[in-house]
Design a protein around this ligand. Sequence first.
Ligand code: ASP
Length: 346
Amino acid sequence: MSEDRRKILLIYTGGTIGMAVDPFTNSLRPFDFHHLKEQIPELDQFNLAIKVISFKDPIDSSNMNPDHWKNIAKLIEMNYHLFDGFVILHGSDTMAYTASALSFMLKGLNKPVVLTGSQLPMGQLRTDGRENLITAIEIASATNNGKPRVPEVTILFEDELYRGNRTHKYNTEYFEAFDSPNYNILAKVGVNIKYFDNYILPYKEDTLNVNYDMDCNIQVLFLYPGISKASVNAILNTPNVKGIILKTFGSGNAPTDEWFIDVLDEAIKKEKIIYNVTQCETGSVKPGMYETSKKLELIGVVNGADILIEAAITKLMHLLGQQYNHDKIIKALSESIKGEMTTYHG
Ligand code: ASP
């Protein structure tokens, strides 16, 4: 690789983007990313050195798990000093989880890590994969005064760049598959790429320090009218569970029935963490705004503010994995650690 060209590492994990139509058989087969420049000659216009690493067995992202996140983080760590930016090709289904997990695992990150994928396979007519890949590479290599333009974990899909841990897949049909309902987009892709610098994490001199440990002993309790005590108990008493995300109504509200508050209170007294995350697509938990959230606040349910479920799950796994003490985990859950939530004061 020539020294003066910016260097991008492309990590292919699988997903729809990796499929191409075989011109002879007309069926879908894995796209050979190792011959990327031959298949997408326009990439030469960037004057970049692009290296491709592929998962040995590319996967549909529904099969992603924390071991795969660790593999991706390891590849980034091992190659960190050799490359200026990283592009991860990933199925769209769980991309928001992987992006969120990486944002917490990659402590001290100050280079771009851009995840992208597509709704249509690479070789298919009208594919969105080609544009997404080219734009992700452009963003991963972009600089501002010699520093990386977007030094954080992001998702590029269709014509928008999102903070990874603010992102949610909301559409199975259209090319615009992702949304960042509670945080401004980081860039808009048109004739030019317009960056919204005020929303991008600022570049900091730092050293990458990967926190690999994730603890999966968590649960999600999704409330619905009529939920039974047996269902609530089953979730709260899952063997080994240490943290439960309570998917509440509206601005963080839940039934005020005595039995319900009592079982939550009992779990909290046993040092289980309960994290209040709203079922609403947009907006924030506001403890105490209604009587139906006041009780949760009083027994010690932690306020998740406007965090999305993908970020909440991976943040909880990450914090439990660090073996911090109980109070430190609760404090970190109610604060933004990687821009994943808005914390309101007053
Ligand atoms: N099921 C696929 C995946 O997530 C869908 C996609 O790639 O968009 O791997």
